[in-house]
Design a binder for this molecule. Structure first.
Ligand SMILES: [Zn+2]
Length: 414
């Protein structure tokens, strides 16, 4: 229902720890400045001004769980130019636990991450924990997967107790249909009002309302109508990328961006495949997050403009090129495919090198998309991207072709 963005570096000096913008003084909520809009598609390049730094959009936000981005340090993340990442507070609330986080001067202090943090945690974990959880009007009751204790999370708690911050959201898996979806959507609207009511510092805490409604256009439209009546700093498009058909996915995304206010940021949750990112930028989304690039790195999969490169494959044992000769990341500047292949067999450092490359790939992809929007050549950027990604045009996924056609991009045949 609401995702707080904590954007302050000096929150580390505060006692109230974690994502609490409440602890800051003299900060303003975020502002969005539209730098350029693509005249052909719905893509836009914006500057998202958070109290202590600027985020250029479209932006990909890497996901940290348990106070860390697996396989990468905060320093390395900063060096890659990452300005905002997600802190997964749901897990942090239990392990290492709020007390430890508080002791470390909050999540920023704990992670030693001085840039922006978006705390996310409700929805998707709730979906994965659905068997453990009981959703009532009061909140979500579930057993801690760590110690079995029963925990009740209410919307008020999610705003108030930022140390154990859970952005509470009644989410059902996107593959579920029927009355449960409608119930969840209405409850999310009621819970949003409770969150807004519980937020004592609306001038300091940036809450994003999360648009639900599953795969029903009617429900999503109702949710959009209701939530956009509320004056919240930004909107997230939720309840997607949970295994639904891609054709349903993009239609729900474009329906959402169609009805969201132009002057507020649009955050599409849980999306991280390169093709999905590029298509959804064309459909008008600004912010994305996903565990995919870091998770896949740990299996030796490096993201490249032509898809992915499996470092473990034998064919790379004597290949002295970098993962991607055009990539400017520290891994590609220094290491060959052969080295990473050998390292992968007996050292977790290989995973770290690939994680760095993958995050760099995602950040660079979004920066290139942004620059092309500013330069007025975004449709060509999309066509080139797709041409590189798929060896022949018959391999274009039909949903992507349709989605792009809906915003006036006709892909080339090759
Ligand atoms: Zn690289």
């Amino acid at each position: 229902m609401a995702a707080p963005i904590d954007s302050a570096s000096d929150v580390v000096a505060s006692k109230t720890s974690m994502p609490s913008l409440k602890s800051l003084s003299a900060v303003s909520p975020l502002t969005l400045r539209i730098i350029a809009e693509c005249p052909v598609t719905k893509a836009r390049a914006c500057d998202l001004k958070l109290p202590h730094s600027l985020v250029n959009t479209p932006v990909f936000m890497p996901v940290g769980t348990q106070g860390t981005l697996k396989g990468i340090t905060s320093d390395q993340l900063e060096d890659l130019g990452c300005k905002i990442c997600l802190g997964n507070t749901y897990h942090l609330g239990m392990r290492p636990g709020p007390a430890l986080i508080e002791k470390a001067n909050g999540l920023h202090g704990f992670m030693n991450w001085k840039r922006n943090l978006l705390t996310d945690s409700g929805g998707f974990q709730m979906v994965s924990l659905v068997e453990l959880s009981e959703v009532t009007e009061e909140g979500v009751k579930f057993k801690s997967p760590y110690d079995g204790n029963e925990i009740l999370l209410t919307p008020e708690k999610s705003i108030e107790i930022q140390t154990a911050s859970v952005r509470l959201d009644d989410v059902v898996s996107s593959t579920v249909t029927g009355p449960r979806v409608e119930e969840a959507m209405h409850r999310s609207i009621r819970w949003l009002d409770r969150c807004i009511g519980a937020n004592q510092n609306p001038e300091k805490q940036n809450l994003f309302a999360i648009i639900q409604g599953g795969l029903s256009a009617d429900l999503r439209k109702t949710c959009l109508d209701e939530m956009t009546k509320r004056d919240v700093p930004g909107f997230a498009i939720g309840g997607l990328s949970g295994g639904e058909e891609k054709d349903d996915f993009w239609r729900m995304v474009t329906l959402s961006t169609e009805h969201l206010p132009r002057h507020k940021p649009r955050y599409l949750m849980g999306v991280g495949y390169a093709v999905d990112l590029v298509v959804c930028v064309a459909l008008g989304c600004d912010m994305f997050d996903c565990v995919f690039p870091t998770r896949t790195a740990r299996f030796g999969s490096a993201l490249v403009p032509w898809g992915s490169l499996q470092v473990k494959q034998k064919q790379y044992a004597k290949d002295f090129q970098p993962i991607d000769p055009d990539c400017k990341c520290p891994t590609c500047k220094r290491h060959s495919r052969a080295y990473l292949h050998a390292l992968f067999k007996n050292d977790t450092a290989a995973m770290h090198h690939i994680t760095i490359h993958n995050i760099s790939y995602q950040l660079t992809l979004m920066l290139s998309a942004r620059q092309s929007i500013i330069d007025g050549r975004f449709p060509d950027f999309v066509k080139n991207f797709m041409r590189k990604m798929f060896p022949s045009s018959d391999q274009y996924p039909s949903w992507a072709v349709d989605a792009l056609a809906s915003v006036n991009i006709t892909l080339d045949q090759h």
